[in-house]
Design a protein around this ligand. Structure first.
Ligand code: ADP
Ligand code: MG
Length: 310
């Protein structure tokens, strides 16, 4: 199968009303909501670095698009279109079928996003997705630099599942399917992002661990934070399977959670985020630095940081 047959077979979708001209020309032509701004993000996923080498193709497709959708969610943007740059070691029809189904599945749980182009070449497996979202002319984006002293800090869903799954896989331990899915198939918090955008002063998606990602908000906003580690939300699976001595490290340094961390006025705090649980974990302070405290407010001594590539 040559490159063009491959694109036709696996990556050409039905028409989407947002797309005036899609896959097959030199570039795509999009219809855009009148007056809306363009929100754009790109991410590369490499085998062995962003997902274990043995990850099923469906999950690789899912996660490749999920990470970009999560970035759009963290800005409060509405997903519209994406392009897919794919480097493949070989053409394997079964693998490509599953990969394309994974892309389709995460697009479906995120309210839909049109694939409008891409690039295909031979080489070690790598996937780069560039996603476009829209933000109404009068809507405020959830940036990293808007947190204010006194803001409540809240996170969606729960933290630590993906890191626990990865730790168990790396240790050769069994990993329940539901836990593995939290690593392989994170659900982008699109609806939560739309709902929180109205009130939030700042937000980030938690991809490299809460410690590192919250620090980005603090530095951009010129503020500090106090976090009550006993309020970090954990799933029932996590509570059951995470060793007590590893809990905190997995929840704040692990990464791959793809939850939203938002800073918003305490009085505007919604009960949940469009149906996703929302848990207050701390407060923004005028005093710089990120302080981890126990339930009694005592400072913890651990030094905690997020994942870094270099
Ligand atoms: P060009 O020579 O202009 O780079 P290509 O031959 O790379 O064009 O691609 C032909 C068409 O197929 C373009 O519309 C491109 O966007 C699309 N395309 C290529 N690879 C992919 C892919 N992996 N997924 C979706 N669309 C793709
Ligand atoms: Mg090309």
């Amino acid at each position: 199968m040559d490159e063009f047959a491959l694109i036709r077979r696996f990556f050409t979708d039905e028409l989407d009303e947002r797309v005036e001209l899609g896959i097959g020309d030199d570039a795509a032509l999009l219809r855009w909501p009148p007056g809306a701004r363009v929100v754009i993000t790109t991410d590369t996923l490499l085998a062995g670095r962003h997902f274990p080498e043995d990850t099923p193709a469906f999950s690789i497709g899912w996660k490749s698009l999920a990470v970009s959708l999560s970035d759009l969610a963290a800005m409060g943007a509405m997903p519209q279109a994406y392009v897919l740059a794919l480097t493949l070691p070989a053409v394997n029809a079964a693998w490509l079928d599953d990969f394309a189904r994974g892309l389709q599945a995460v697009a479906a749980v995120s309210g839909g996003i049109a694939r409008v182009g891409g690039d295909t070449c031979a080489g070690p497996l790598a996937i780069t997705i560039t996603a476009l979202g829209s933000l109404a002319a009068d809507a405020s984006a959830m940036r990293r630099d808007g947190a204010r002293p006194g803001d409540a800090i809240a996170v969606t869903g729960s933290l630590g599942d993906a890191a626990l799954a990865l730790a168990r896989l790396q240790a050769g331990l069994s990993c329940p399917q539901a836990l593995r899915e939290r690593l392989d198939q994170p659900v982008p918090r699109i609806a939560a992002g739309q709902a929180l955008r109205v009130h939030a002063h700042a937000a980030i998606d938690v991809s490299d661990g809460l410690a590192g990602d919250l620090m980005h908000i603090l530095e951009a906003s010129g503020v500090g934070a106090d976090i009550d580690v006993e309020r970090l939300p954990a799933s029932e699976m996590f509570t059951r399977l995470a060793p007590a001595s590893e809990r905190l490290r997995l929840q704040v340094s692990g990464g791959d959670d793809y939850e939203l961390c938002v800073c918003l006025p305490a009085e505007a705090l919604p009960g949940d985020a469009a149906g996703t649980p929302l848990q207050v974990i701390g407060t923004i302070s005028g005093e710089p630095g990120l302080r981890w405290r126990d339930g009694q407010g005592r400072l913890l001594s651990e030094s905690l940081h997020g994942f870094r590539h270099f």
